[in-house]
Write a protein that binds this ligand. Structure first.
Ligand SMILES: [Zn+2]
Length: 137
């Protein structure tokens, strides 16, 4: 039995920013494939193809391993090896609290849309948090 993770959606590669913590698959000796922590260093964007109605990411992601046998080393990987952006719950909590404050100080007007959008993003990261620890720890 192998726990399945949610792979990064191909059309979401533009959400990634340098410095984002990621889980990246690393082939080990034999046929083993494990996920380790890595930090995104840079993105080389490439035009996406559409195959059978699904968007295919052709971008290359330069990552620095933060764990595993290659810790400290750099590698360029495709989106298929990136499992998911790791959540940063503390920052999200601070951020949404901050945005709540902003929304209130604006009387629930202009800033509310932005606050809602960011909270949605935060909750999708939270969903990832449930599946990731099995693979990363
Ligand atoms: Zn892409």
């Amino acid at each position: 039995f192998r726990a399945r993770s949610t792979p990064l959606d191909d059309s979401r590669c533009r959400d990634l920013r340098p410095g984002d913590p990621l889980c990246v698959s690393c082939p080990l000796a034999g046929d083993e494939l494990k996920f380790f922590d890595a930090v995104l260093e840079s993105v080389s964007p490439a035009a996406h193809e559409t195959v059978d109605g699904e968007e295919r990411c052709a971008c290359r992601f330069s990552v620095r391993w933060a764990g595993g046998p290659l810790e400290g080393g750099r590698e360029e990987v495709g989106v298929e090896r990136i499992c998911c952006v790791r959540p940063t719950p503390v920052e999200d909590a601070v951020l949404s609290e901050f945005l709540d404050g902003v929304a209130k100080s604006l009387g629930g007007g202009g800033g509310a849309g932005e606050g809602t959008r960011r909270r949605d993003l935060g909750s999708s990261h939270y969903a990832c948090a449930i599946s990731i620890p099995l693979l990363c720890l």
